[in-house]
Design a protein around this ligand. Structure first.
Ligand SMILES: [Zn+2]
Length: 250
């Protein structure tokens, strides 16, 4: 499968915003429903071919993982939020530049984060009620990186509660959340699983280093309900791993 170039990958990250701005009548507009849902994404435009034909698609069930000496993740995020938008597919927080994730020699810059319900990735068949995706671009290559964090019902998480209280209800609506610190959405441990996959939304480009945090974050069930009230289901079904390895940090 030919790799998508960097520009296309970046457009993919921004595609939600672009479509939100342009309205929802476009022929190529995708969704999670029967007519334009995951099983039809590749039919909507040739740009989405990888959604049907790709052999390195995401999400997947984490199973058969192999323990490996993979580099630790080091987070250096500015304690500031940005603009939170309801883009018609999810609630997404677009961030100012300057926040990074380092994994060995690899350095990534944080662009945005957003949510899926239920979780897109499964862990040995287990599904979580919510999954956050922190989307990065590599500072040196054409790759994107996504750090996935599972949320489960439990104690209130201050940052998520702050965001949930301000979720924009209308598609296309945005709010300033500069005082919401994304560090508050991270689990205690950054032990993770690593595999090569794709965007989980059109055009499903196969140029994503997936880092899946093993430790979930507890959030107030009320705050999960605030999300599912807006988006009851925005998770792509799991895809086959094919020949890929899933590596597990010690
Ligand atoms: Zn996502």
């Amino acid at each position: 499968m030919e790799r998508y170039d960097f520009t296309k990958a970046l457009i993919a990250v921004g595609i939600c915003l672009a479509s939100a701005g342009a309205g929802f009548a476009e022929e190529t507009e995708w969704s999670y429903d029967e007519l334009r849902g995951p099983g039809h994404w590749a039919e909507l435009t040739p740009e989405n071919l990888a959604c049907a034909e790709g052999m390195q698609q995401s999400p997947i069930d984490i199973s058969g993982e192999v323990s490996a000496r993979i580099p630790e993740i080091t987070i250096d995020w500015k304690p500031v939020g940005g603009t939170m938008v309801n883009n018609g597919h999810t609630i997404q927080v677009n961030l100012p530049s300057g926040s990074t994730l380092r994994r060995g020699e690899d350095l990534y810059e944080l662009l945005q984060f957003h949510f899926h319900t239920p979780s897109e990735h499964h862990v040995h068949g287990k599904v979580y009620p919510l999954e956050a995706h922190f989307v990065f671009k590599s500072s040196v290559s054409s790759s994107l990186g996504v750090l996935a964090v599972f949320f489960e019902p439990g104690e209130r998480d201050d940052t998520f509660a702050q965001l949930a209280a301000a979720f924009p209800g209308q598609q296309g609506e945005d709010v300033n959340v500069a005082d919401a610190d994304p560090n508050g959405l991270l689990p205690d441990s950054l032990d993770y699983w690593l595999y090569e996959g794709s965007l989980t939304t059109p055009p499903c480009s196969e140029d994503v280093d997936w880092m899946i945090a093993k430790t979930p974050v507890e959030v107030d069930p009320k705050d999960i309900a605030s999300f599912t009230a807006l988006y009851p289901m925005n998770a792509r079904p799991i895809k086959l791993p094919h020949r890929r390895f899933i590596l597990s940090s010690f």
